[in-house]
Design a protein around this ligand. Structure first.
Ligand SMILES: Cc1cc2nc3c(=O)[nH]c(=O)nc-3n(C[C@H](O)[C@H](O)[C@H](O)COP(=O)(O)OP(=O)(O)OC[C@H]3O[C@@H](n4cnc5c(N)ncnc54)[C@H](O)[C@@H]3O)c2cc1C
Length: 511
């Protein structure tokens, strides 16, 4: 059995960044189920938030993040995020990431619900690609043991402590156990739960499922962010149209050409994502249409092409010149706010098991993520994970445990086969998407439970991912059913207001 100090599952920004810091402390293994650069990180466009601009401060960034979180962001975790942001940006620069500059200074743009320009970007709208390729190149040349096409299928436990990972080498189907002093889940989100998504196909919630199965706490699963503006062109694959276009002056119009956002929110086109997503849905129903239009034709074509080269090129390749014609857009699933519950050191409720990046729930995002805080969260908390493994603090073997947890209910249903993952994605889009009802969630909960009863976790990637999606879908739907209120990204038309009784988290743990 192979033996390491650190086993990192996943090779997006969280996994790579943690590995690069960890290799200075011991032997590191990265397990990743695709090739190294297959991840969501690579597609991040807008950039990474940090309070470094003129007039900005950690305090202002703190306030914006807390406001977006709609009463559920953890102030202690948000403090850590904003205060350690600039140091982590310096690390990324040290690792070779070159952020865009303007007149010799780092260029900053503004995105929804940030009170001023705060978003660093690289290669215009190719921030994620720059970060991913820079870090993966460095990891390859730095002595990290990287196993591509290895699918993690279990956390190895002894007396309640994690001691490694079980994984399947996908080429041979051979199962192997890897022993590590510290196991770090960096498996990303679960956007593949939904029919319309901006996420790549690796985003099947694997780390959340692995952690839940191992007995770790999983929190805030009902909060899933829907991005208001994904491209909706016939035959075009899923593609995000960054909020930064609205930050630079882009205007949302309905099919009749009317700018509508001021009717829904005083901030207009830069209102929080959940507000914009619901407004777009309402306009789509009223006009009626399967999309609205994002208009940037009044902006300078030169500026659009320079600032958004990737979006410009992608749309042009699909027959649309965005400098001349408005862009058809509609909401799509985008970001998993909930996940494996951690403290501010990335420690899960299982000793030896850490989580970082989108699979973790550090408490930063609460009910709604502030744009571009996720890349920042990955680096801030991945660094703290490594710091904690070197200096375990006063009581290393006593991670938090919640007072009140739920386990998935054993619903009395007959097993039912789930043939295609697309059926699950359709169900969650319809019943647990942007607008939810108790009735729809109940129906989804019953169907998911019936699917789960008929499934066994297989050893191929598709069968394992299907199992994970059903389990994580159940966590999402059961949490959404419990939360009888609307808050942030969780909107229930049968409980359209926030309720002070619900200013608390829903935490699941397997019994
Ligand atoms: C289109 C798009 C645009 C975005 N734009 C921005 C932005 O501008 N700013 C911002 O802050 N955020 C943005 N986000 C969100 C941000 O990109 C992600 O939250 C972040 O990149 C997640 O990084 P990660 O390392 O946690 O996960 P990922 O980058 O998704 O990496 C997950 C890794 O885990 C591996 N993995 C998963 N399961 C297993 C398993 N069972 N075994 C082995 N390996 C496994 C995957 O193969 C992958 O390598 C965007 C997201 C998308 C989809």
């Amino acid at each position: 059995m192979a033996d390491y100090d650190y086993i990192v599952v996943g090779s997006g920004i969280a996994g790579l960044y943690a590995s690069l810091l960890a290799r200075e402390k011991g032997q590191v293994l990265i397990l990743t189920k695709g090739s190294i650069d297959e991840c969501n990180t690579r597609f991040a466009q807008g950039g990474i938030a940090a309070p470094i601009g003129p007039g900005d401060s950690p305090e202002l960034h703190f306030r914006d993040t807390m406001a977006a979180g709609a009463g559920l962001s953890d102030p202690q975790a948000v403090r850590v995020l904003v205060e350690e942001a600039s140091e982590r940006i310096r690390d990324l620069i040290r690792f070779g990431v070159t952020f865009d500059t303007q007149e010799g200074e780092v260029a900053l743009t503004r995105e929804a619900a940030h009170s001023l320009p705060r978003i660093l970007h690289a290669g215009g709208d190719a921030t994620g690609e720059h970060i991913e390729l820079t870090l993966s190149r460095l990891a390859r040349s730095s002595g990290v043991d990287i196993r591509e096409h290895f699918l993690a299928t279990g956390i190895l436990l002894a007396q309640g402590t994690a001691w490694g990972v079980r994984a399947v080498e996908l080429a041979s189907g051979r199962e192997e156990d890897f022993q590590g002093r510290f196991t770090i889940l960096a498996t990303g989100g679960a956007g593949q739960l939904f029919r319309y998504t901006t996420n790549t196909d690796v985003a099947t919630g694997d780390g959340i499922a692995l952690a839940y199965e191992a007995g770790a706490e999983v929190m805030d699963m009902e909060f899933f962010q829907f991005h208001p503006t994904a491209l909706r062109l016939p035959k075009a694959p899923p593609f995000l149209i960054s909020e930064a276009l609205r930050g630079e002056g882009g205007v949302l119009r309905n099919r009749r050409g009317e700018a509508f956002m001021k009717r829904y929110a005083p901030e207009g086109d830069l209102a929080p994502r959940d507000v914009v997503a619901r407004a777009i849905l309402a306009e789509m129903m009223a006009t009626p249409s399967d999309h609205v239009l994002l208009d940037v034709t009044h902006l300078s074509p030169g500026k659009i092409i320079a600032r958004f080269p990737r979006i410009y090129r992608f749309c042009l390749d699909h027959g649309l010149d965005i400098t001349r014609s408005p862009i058809p857009v509609a909401p799509a699933a985008h970001y998993t706010m909930g996940g494996v519950r951690t403290d501010t050191w990335g420690q899960t409720s299982i000793p030896g098991l850490f989580a970082a990046g989108e699979c973790a729930c550090t408490g930063i995002h609460g009910a709604n993520r502030l744009a571009s805080n996720s890349l920042l969260e990955t680096v801030v908390f991945a660094q703290r994970v490594i710091e904690r493994t070197v200096d375990p603090g006063p009581n290393p073997h006593a991670p938090f445990l919640s007072q009140e947890t739920h386990s998935l209910p054993d619903r009395a249903v007959h097993p039912q086969a789930l043939e295609e993952v697309s059926t699950l994605q359709g169900l969650l889009w319809e019943k647990a998407g942007i607008i939810r009802t108790g009735k729809g969630l109940e129906e989804a909960a019953i169907t998911l439970a019936a699917w789960q009863k008929a499934l066994v976790p297989g050893k191929t990637r598709p069968s394992r991912e299907k199992w994970n999606l059903v389990l994580v879908g159940r966590l999402l739907v059961e949490a959404a059913l419990l939360r009888e209120e609307s808050r942030g990204a969780h909107y229930r038309s049968d409980f359209p207001q926030p309720s002070s009784a619900w200013q608390r988290h829903v935490v699941f743990r397997k019994e």
